[in-house]
Design a binder for this molecule. Structure first.
Ligand code: NDP
Length: 433
């Protein structure tokens, strides 16, 4: 804490992982001598830079850009870019730290990194977003490469932003290096299923957890927080598996739609019009919009937090439990506070932490890199099959690891240990680097 002052989210993420690791270190005394734990929470490299750009009024704006290249033991740094006003070093470091273990769990050769900016894309014109992205990439490009560091999207960064950044990278370097960014458009090196992957994967993970208790999504009532990329495709997959999503949200309020979410309408509002969830209630009779209270007040069988960090606290977890929730799977990164996690675990609710449950996005990014490397593109069906089997593997690996360390059913312990073991073994093999 003294070494990284004021980085509350980073401290929270490290504490959560380290709490699980005691029994692993006990089995590997060599990790103490080589200071693996001290090394793993120190990023290999951190880049902080100025991003100047000109808005539509002709005024100069200045933002701060970040890229934290956390760990490359298993492959090139891999992790998204977040554009949101709340971004500062502590947020990027927490996300980068989580990413190390998540990427390890996918079984694919990718290290961990994360980046972004305090730029707020909301309310900005296309031209402003383009000028910002170009300026951001004008510094970032020198740190990237398909064997070095491969960013993707996250909050506030979708296909449009990746397009502007890829265009600028290509222009500056004079290289059509498809594998340098993932989440690209289908026409220019993107992978089918990447858009859907995080949301779909989260629901597949939740489904695997439900199966351990002889249950499925069929007939279940579900809420999904957020209404962005992850939330929309989580809703789609729940509906495909026979469940009904009755609520979603954004940072200003939430929708309850007892008739079940009309996904076409939601996509139209969010993906085409870039509108707000309140617009949905204006256009759908069965829906109500609430700006007070919380989406977690709604009684459901399955809750899928897919918005942002610390969006589900101890009290809200207690409300969900009282209302009979059976499973919680995190599409977002660290959305549940430590008190919330404790409440779910004490009540024996199936609880899938983000680093396992939302790994489908980065896994499919690694599949995009594979397609780029072989100058190939796979069908939707084949790519989704790969995604589903990766998510099932992650589920089983977490469950088996938890069991073998005497904590059956504890997906937090399972994910942290299974993710850590491979990275630690590689770091140990490389010596002191
Ligand atoms: P988007 O920008 O597409 O959507 C984010 C959604 O979350 C929006 O609906 C936004 O609402 C809402 N939100 C943001 N901040 C808050 C807040 N403080 N309170 C309530 N709602 C909020 O991002 P993604 O869907 O890509 O990402 C969502 C989460 O999933 C993040 O935690 C991200 O790190 C994680 N994730 C994403 C992956 C991906 O592939 N995209 C991969 C793995 C994890 P508003 O418009 O009001 O801000």
């Amino acid at each position: 804490v003294a070494r990284n002052p004021g980085e509350a989210e980073f401290h929270q993420a490290v504490r959560e992982v380290f709490e699980s690791l005691e029994p692993v270190v006990a089995r590997h005394p060599e990790y103490i001598d080589s200071k693996i734990l001290e090394r793993i929470c120190e990023p290999e490299r951190q880049i902080i830079f100025r991003v100047p750009w000109v808005d539509d009024k002709g005024e100069v704006q200045v933002n701060r850009g970040f890229r934290v290249e956390f760990n490359s033991a298993l492959g090139p740094y891999k992790g998204g870019l977040r554009f949101h006003p709340s971004v500062y070093l502590g947020v990027i470091k927490f996300l980068g730290f989580e990413q190390i273990f998540k990427n390890s769990l996918t079984g694919l050769p990718i290290g961990g990194g994360k980046g972004g900016s305090d730029f707020d894309p909301r309310g900005k014109s296309d031209g402003e977003v383009m000028r910002f992205c170009q300026s951001f990439m004008t510094e970032l490009y020198r740190h990237l490469g398909e064997y070095t560091d491969v960013p993707a999207g996250d909050i506030g960064v979708g296909g449009r932003e990746i397009g502007y950044m890829f265009g600028q990278y290509k222009r500056i370097t004079n290289r059509y290096e498809s594998g340098v960014l993932t989440g690209k458009g289908i026409a220019w090196g993107g992978s089918l299923v990447r858009t859907e992957a995080t949301g779909y994967g989260t629901v597949v993970f939740a489904d695997e957890m439900l199966k351990t208790r002889g249950e499925s999504f069929d007939g279940k009532r579900v809420t999904v927080s957020g209404s962005g990329n992850v939330a929309i495709y989580a809703i789609e997959k729940v509906h495909q598996l026979g469940g009904t999503v009755i609520g979603f949200s954004d940072s200003t309020g939430y929708i309850v739609d007892e008739a079940g979410v009309d996904l076409d309408l939601l996509k139209q509002i969010k993906e085409v019009e870039r509108g707000r969830v309140s617009d949905y209630a204006d256009r759908r009779q069965s829906a109500t919009y609430q700006s007070n209270g919380s989406i977690w007040d709604v009684p459901v069988d399955v809750a899928l937090p897919c918005a942002t960090q610390n969006e589900l606290n101890g009290e809200q977890a207690a409300t969900l439990i009282r209302n009979g929730v059976k499973a919680v799977a995190e599409g977002a990164n660290m959305p549940t506070t430590p008190e919330g996690i404790r409440a779910f675990q004490e009540a024996k609710i199936l609880y899938g932490p983000g680093k396992a449950a939302n790994a489908g996005g980065v896994a499919t990014s690694a599949l995009e890199m594979q397609q780029n490397a072989s100058r190939d593109s796979w069908s939707f069906e084949y790519t989704e099959e790969r995604l589903t089997s990766i998510m099932r593997n992650i589920h089983d690996m977490c469950a088996e690891t938890a069991e073998s360390y005497g904590a059956p059913g504890d997906y937090v312990v399972g994910a942290n240990i299974a993710g850590f073991e491979k990275v630690a073994a590689a770091m140990q093999a490389f010596g002191l680097v």
